[in-house]
Design a protein around this ligand. Structure first.
Ligand SMILES: NC(=O)c1ccc[n+]([C@@H]2O[C@H](COP(=O)([O-])OP(=O)(O)OC[C@H]3O[C@@H](n4cnc5c(N)ncnc54)[C@H](O)[C@@H]3O)[C@@H](O)[C@H]2O)c1
Length: 346
């Protein structure tokens, strides 16, 4: 049965939130909001940093171990007086005086999270514990980027927040799926037990500039293949569906969730649903009509369908995505061509 927490409405903690650390009132403290972004050198994190830095009242601190992220994604901010970049692994404790924590650190692509599954689960569990410990110590509000993978291979379609999921606990994707489920549990336990102000976003597939080019995620794969004149490889059966949210819409949703009054979990994603074959055909038509589309074997536990129900995001955050796939793909193409060094044909 669904409970209060699982329907995206607020769960009221029995404890008041912890007081901000006295160090926040230090002599040289300026009236800025100091924000920590873990995983801020990654794809979504770096776009989030760009947006947060637009507000001159914000100071932004990024913590990243550069496993899948890169300093290059943040190059425009390095040396900026309101920006700090720290090489740090979230599986180790950290103390920084901050008001808000956006906790994104975790590899998101199956190629990378399966590369070292034990490290992935440590990042999700120990990393989240460390960030919650920090939030408790300094009285910060913390937002976790969870994932639609918590729904596993869903038996309910589209997925609402009160669906508890259909996840294989011992499969090759479990380090990520179950890792994020435990991370959500930890968030709510810290909220109920210690009064920590928490926010949980369940992110659905996101795409845009700065995605890792060969990371096995379907939009980046098809785009890189089309630009390189290679066949687009659609995993069988090709009728499995996904929905794709452009990264600027995602960042807007995350900031609204952090600034709003609702703990979540709240689905943030684009409900427009495409089969993998439709996506391949769209990329072929828009980027390179000469490439072939071929079928390849699928990976174990690949969900057959995925589509967010975003009623809660609309009602509670006033959020819905604005960028359609056909408008987002060209924005991503420019970035991919620049990084691959392949110009348009005409
Ligand atoms: N992109 C998506 O479609 C999607 C979908 C669902 C959820 N998410 C979640 O959003 C977050 C960001 O995803 P992304 O697509 O930007 O991925 P990404 O791999 O580009 O970014 C993750 C960042 O975390 C860093 N990182 C990984 N392990 C770390 C550790 N132990 N300590 C410190 N830093 C570490 C990486 O170096 C990288 O910069 C992740 O938590 C992911 O699970 C993303």
């Amino acid at each position: 049965m669904a409970n209060e927490a699982s329907n995206g409405r607020n769960v009221v903690s029995t404890k008041p939130p912890p007081e901000p650390s006295p160090l926040r009132k230090a002599k040289f403290f300026k009236a800025n909001m100091r924000i920590l972004v873990t995983g801020g050198a990654g794809f979504i994190g770096s776009h989030l940093v760009d947006k947060l830095m637009e507000n001159e009242k914000n100071e932004v601190i990024v913590v990243d171990n550069y496993f899948t992220g890169s300093k290059d994604n943040l190059r425009q901010w390095i040396g900026h007086p309101r920006f700090e970049l720290i090489r740090h692994d979230v599986t180790e404790p950290l103390l920084v005086e901050v008001d808000q924590i956006y906790h994104l650190a975790c590899p998101a692509s199956p190629i990378f999270y399966k590369y070292n599954p034990v490290k992935t689960i440590k990042t999700n569990v120990i990393g989240t514990l460390n960030m919650l410990g920090l939030a408790k110590r300094v009285g910060a509000r913390i937002l976790l980027t969870s994932t639609s993978e918590v729904y596993g291979d869903p038996l309910v379609h589209p997925q609402t927040e009160d669906y508890w999921g259909n996840v294989n606990p011992i499969g090759v994707r479990s380090c990520y799926d179950e890792g994020k489920r435990v991370a959500e549990t930890l968030m709510f336990d810290y909220h109920r037990q210690h009064g920590i102000e928490i926010r949980i976003a369940r992110i659905f597939n996101t795409y845009g500039p700065r995605m890792n080019i060969d990371d096995g995620r379907v939009v980046s794969n098809f785009l890189a293949q089309a630009i390189r004149d290679e066949p687009l490889t659609v995993q069988l059966p090709g009728t499995q569906t996904r929905s794709f949210c452009y990264v600027s819409d995602m960042v807007d949703g995350l900031i609204r969730l952090m600034e709003g009054d609702h703990t979540g979990p709240i689905n943030i994603g684009n409900p427009g649903e495409f089969t993998m074959l439709e996506l391949a055909e769209t990329v072929k038509e828009m980027i390179n009509p000469d490439v072939k589309i071929i079928s390849v074997e699928n990976t174990p536990d690949d969900p057959r369908q995925r589509k967010p129900d975003i009623t809660k995001a609309k009602e509670l955050l006033g959020w819905e995505p604005k960028i359609k796939l056909r408008n987002g793909i060209p924005l991503m193409e420019d970035d991919f061509r620049k990084r691959l060094g392949i110009l348009r044909k005409n």
